[in-house]
Design a protein around this ligand. Structure first.
Ligand code: ADP
Ligand code: MG
Length: 902
């Protein structure tokens, strides 16, 4: 009696080397062995006659070896040939020549006089019928014939040190020694027909093709059912958790929608109502929003967030990159400022720059602080009405001094830190504050300054250098201002402290202030900083802080201290405190941010494919659970959705806004670059803008950065006199942002970029895209990239440059010429690529599929899913006696190998 969970060793008749070989296939128990399913079957009931012509399909033949030979070619390479003759030859029979190139072991296994079975495609080579690299088996004795021949024979995925025959022999023997009772049914009786043990038997050694198919269906359904039970349990587990309804009446939403410059598409309206339904349920929403690039997901996200905000909750909006977070922030401000919704941007992303961005730097010590939020509203003193030095005509920056984002009349928030976190003594801090004040009103307007023990915050507006000789009036540049402050204070401090070490880091971080509201936020952030960071005690004064005096601000600083003291004693998490942001926009970093939301009701994750299940879990693990809306622009074949996103409710935007210009996609050989360029120039002449995308394999590689720079030079020449800029992953985040800003303002005509440009960038005037070495990208990625254009009313052009002649490449690129629909691209991609990891599904965490094929068996998946869902709908906790046996299926299995979605 064999217990299927026992180790194969206990059988006692498998030798050690073979056990090791089996282990390499992941087979250790009897169950493993018997669920090592055949890759295919061969009909060896009767072998056909030897062919006289070539054929497109592989066939299985049996014959006697009448001759073998080895020929050499190209020096050391060898061809081994074995000529076979049919068992019962007739006058018309042709011999079959089997050839193996450079496979030395084959030569050792095949000898004249043997009978062998071969499987392959017969081809006409000269006058001979040949089979190249056929699979083969030598027939050794008649006893074996009953296992390996005269039947529908299973062919297994094999391994080194374990031939087909040996493996098949093992399975045959185990099946014979097996009593039927060893297998527990996996799937319920209304889903599968027959017994599992019969299906296992028949999948290996079927009596007929029908029996094989029935067995396969049984096993695939069982496998899919197990998978869907896991998915269903995840899904029901989260909806069984207590949540809250996070849905307002919709008045705010209506106001927002009426203010929009366009009508929603029907698809957007449908999806918003689905989301609304999810928000108002009192269990947590876990919803996926699918929609092609440019289909208008952001509006839906905003609608959802407004509903949550109206119900009195906070919402978080997360984007995969800083550029996107900033873009969302700008868009949301434009639309939501008029509605009085309070927004904040947080991008303290470690990935983006080595040091946190100054204004939103997370303070390790700040217990639950809200960081940069103003407590008192009301305008800053005097910032708008101040005289604008009217007599100066057209002032500008001196060209040489113009760093990337300095502008006339701009205000900046600046942070600079000490070298190696050198701690500043109180005396040193005095010196710094004094010198900052010294140049105030001569070189810059100063709004606020805070000198912390190892860094300094400033909020300034550079002034015009009045006493320059002749020429145009020029602004003081940031670098000049900072240089003066840093070098003066460094000397003074070292003098006082009798040291000679460097005081300051060379670089500093600055940010352009974009609006009055921005200014206020930063102003208040700086004023609060010492208390937030825990540097100053609650309720105590901090002497190294300065702000442009006015009643309001004085009061503010005082209230800062008090509020800080108060909030530490009794954190108010029940309600959004007055003036706390209602929508917080940021990167993934928000997930890890210690600065917690006081009242998170909804989290929207943009471009979900960049997030894993684990990251999502991190969000939803909060108590009480917020509603979660994840958005993706990477459509996947519909049949995959129910698996990969099976634990989510899915909403799909399947319609593009009507105001879109067409996108024309064309594949061009690299040799046609000249024509392409002249086309691009005429378009640039018309005022359109261009993205040039080139593939870099590894952006962390120094060489690649060099290559990028070289590429850039080349393009600058090609496009002269149009202005180009270079964008790649190693450019520091603030500078990236500035480059995007300039492009958005149309200061630059072309952006030469790597794929950092990938997701979500939305610039309507950029209607041209040229992708170099297009063959190097995957279809999905090309489609994503192409989504950057075609966002305005103008006709857009995407040119795929490729120098590859291969058939696969042309087939792949032709897909893009044929359609702009992301779902169609995804389906075609699946077809072309065949098996393979479509989505990096390791993230979805499913055990590997042993027999099912997600594509071919989509229907079976649907049935399995329905069965699993109905069990959970009736009995969410699997408490009924008849459901006990399903419980083990719902345990997440650790350490399983993860699946290829194929
Ligand atoms: P994505 O789905 O790729 O995130 P976005 O939300 O960025 O797309 O939308 C792309 C552009 O389309 C934005 O400029 C947005 O303002 C605009 N848009 C969204 N919905 C509509 C609509 N119904 N009609 C016209 N334009 C729209
Ligand atoms: Mg988007």
């Amino acid at each position: 009696m064999i217990d299927i969970s026992e180790n194969l060793e206990t059988l006692g008749w498998i030798t050690r080397p073979r056990l090791l070989a089996l282990r390499r296939l992941g087979i250790t128990t009897t169950e493993d062995l018997l669920t090592h399913f055949p890759r295919r079957h061969e009909d060896r009931t009767e072998f056909p006659q030897f062919p006289r012509e070539e054929s497109g399909a592989s066939i299985c033949l049996c014959g006697e070896v009448i001759k073998t030979s080895v020929r050499r070619f190209g020096g050391w390479k060898k061809i081994f040939e074995a000529t076979l003759e049919e068992s019962q030859p007739n006058a018309l029979s042709e011999p079959l020549v089997c050839r193996w190139f450079n496979l030395h072991y084959v030569q050792k296994m095949i000898a004249t006089g043997q009978r062998i079975v071969v499987f392959g495609r017969p081809r006409l080579r000269g006058k001979r019928i040949c089979m190249d690299h056929p699979e083969f088996e030598v027939i050794e004795n008649d006893e074996e014939i009953s296992i390996h021949f005269r039947r529908i024979t299973p062919i297994y995925p094999a391994t080194e040190g374990l031939s087909q025959r040996v493996l098949r022999g093992f399975i045959y023997r185990v099946l014979h020694e097996m009593p039927d009772g060893g297998w527990q049914p996996v799937a319920p009786g209304n889903l599968v027909r027959g017994k599992r043990s019969d299906a296992i038997r028949a999948i290996h050694f079927p009596e007929s093709w029908q029996a094989r198919d029935a067995a396969r269906e049984h096993l695939v359904l069982s496998e899919f059912f197990a998978m869907q039970m896991l998915i269903a349990s995840r899904r029901f587990e989260s909806s069984a958790r207590t949540g809250q309804a996070h849905c307002g009446s919709g008045a705010l939403l209506d106001k927002f929608l009426t203010g929009l410059p366009f009508e929603l598409t029907a698809a957007q309206r449908k999806v918003i109502s689905e989301v609304r339904y999810g928000l108002s349920a009192n269990y947590p929403m876990n919803r996926l929003l699918q929609g092609d690039v440019g289909s208008g997901k952001t509006v839906v996200a905003i609608a959802a967030m407004l509903l949550a905000v109206e119900a009195g909750y906070q919402a978080a909006f997360m984007a995969p990159t800083q550029i996107l977070a900033e873009q969302h922030y700008d868009v949301l401000r434009r639309w939501l400022d008029p509605l009085g919704v309070r927004l904040a941007l947080r991008t303290a992303a470690r990935q983006e720059s080595s040091v946190p961005l100054p204004l939103f730097a997370r303070n390790e010590h700040s217990p639950g602080s809200t960081g940069c939020q103003p407590v008192v509203s009301g305008s800053l003193p005097d910032t708008q009405t101040r005289a604008r030095l009217d007599y100066v005509e057209d002032p500008s920056y001196h060209r040489r001094n113009l760093p990337h984002f300095e502008r006339p009349w701009a205000k900046y928030a600046i942070t600079f830190s000490t070298r190696g976190h050198r701690q500043l003594s109180p005396k040193a801090r005095d010196i710094i504050l004094e010198s900052i004040l010294r140049w105030k009103d001569r070189r810059y307007e100063l709004y606020a300054a805070s000198v912390m023990p190892d860094h300094v915050h400033l909020l300034i507006e550079p002034m015009i250098e009045l006493n320059r000789q002749g020429g145009k009036p020029v602004f003081f540049s940031l670098s000049k201002i900072l240089h003066a402050i840093k070098s003066f204070t460094a000397t003074e401090i070292n003098k006082v402290e009798k040291k000679k070490e460097a005081v300051w880091e060379t670089e500093s971080f600055d940010r352009l202030i974009r609006s009055e509201k921005d200014l206020q936020e930063k102003f208040h952030y700086i004023l609060r900083n010492p208390w937030d960071a825990g540097v100053a005690d609650r309720g105590k004064d901090y002497p190294w802080i300065w702000y442009c005096g006015s009643g309001d601000a004085q009061q503010f600083a005082a209230s800062c201290r008090e509020q800080q003291a108060g909030s530490l004693c009794s954190p108010d998490t029940e309600h959004v405190a007055r003036d706390e942001p209602e929508i917080i926009i940021g990167t993934h970093a928000l997930l890890y941010d210690a600065v917690s939301f006081s009242n998170l009701g909804l989290a929207v994750i943009d471009e979900q494919h960049k997030f894993g299940v684990a990251q999502r879990a991190r969000l939803t693990a909060r108590e009480p659970a917020p509603d979660v809306l994840v958005m993706t622009a990477t459509p996947i074949p519909r049949t995959l959705t129910m698996t990969v996103y099976g634990d989510l409710d899915v909403s799909t935007i399947d319609e593009m806004p009507g105001n879109r210009g067409k996108i024309v996609t064309a594949v061009r050989d690299t040799s046609k670059l000249g024509e392409v360029l002249s086309f691009l120039r005429t378009q640039l002449q018309k005022g359109r803008q261009l993205y040039v995308i080139y593939p870099l394999i590894d952006e962390s590689d120094k060489l690649d950065v060099k290559a990028a720079a070289a590429e850039y030079e080349l393009w600058r020449e090609r496009l002269h006199p149009f202005r180009c800029e270079l964008l790649h992953g190693r450019i520091p985040a603030p500078e990236k942002q500035a480059i995007m800003d300039r492009f958005r303002r149309c200061d630059t005509n072309a952006l030469i970029s790597t794929t950092v440009l990938e997701v979500g960038v939305d610039i309507a005037n950029a209607t041209l895209m040229l992708i170099e070495n297009a063959e190097r990208f995957g279809l999905a990625q090309l489609h994503q990239l192409r989504g950057r254009i075609g966002r305005g009313e103008h006709k857009s052009y995407c040119i795929l440059l490729s120098s590859s002649q291969s058939k696969e490449t042309s087939a792949k690129l032709a897909v893009l010429e044929g359609t702009v629909n992301g779902f169609e691209v995804a389906e075609a991609d699946w077809d072309l690529r065949g098996p393979g990891d479509l989505l990096g599904t390791a993230q979805s965490g499913f055990p590997a599929l042993k027999i099912g094929d997600l594509k071919r068996d989509a229907d079976l998946m649907r049935r399995a899913r329905a069965a699993a869902m109905s069990i959970f709908e009736m009995d969410p906790r699997l408490e009924l006696p008849e459901n006990q046996r399903f419980r083990r299926l719902t345990v997440e299995q650790q350490g399983q190998s993860f699946s290829h979605v194929s």
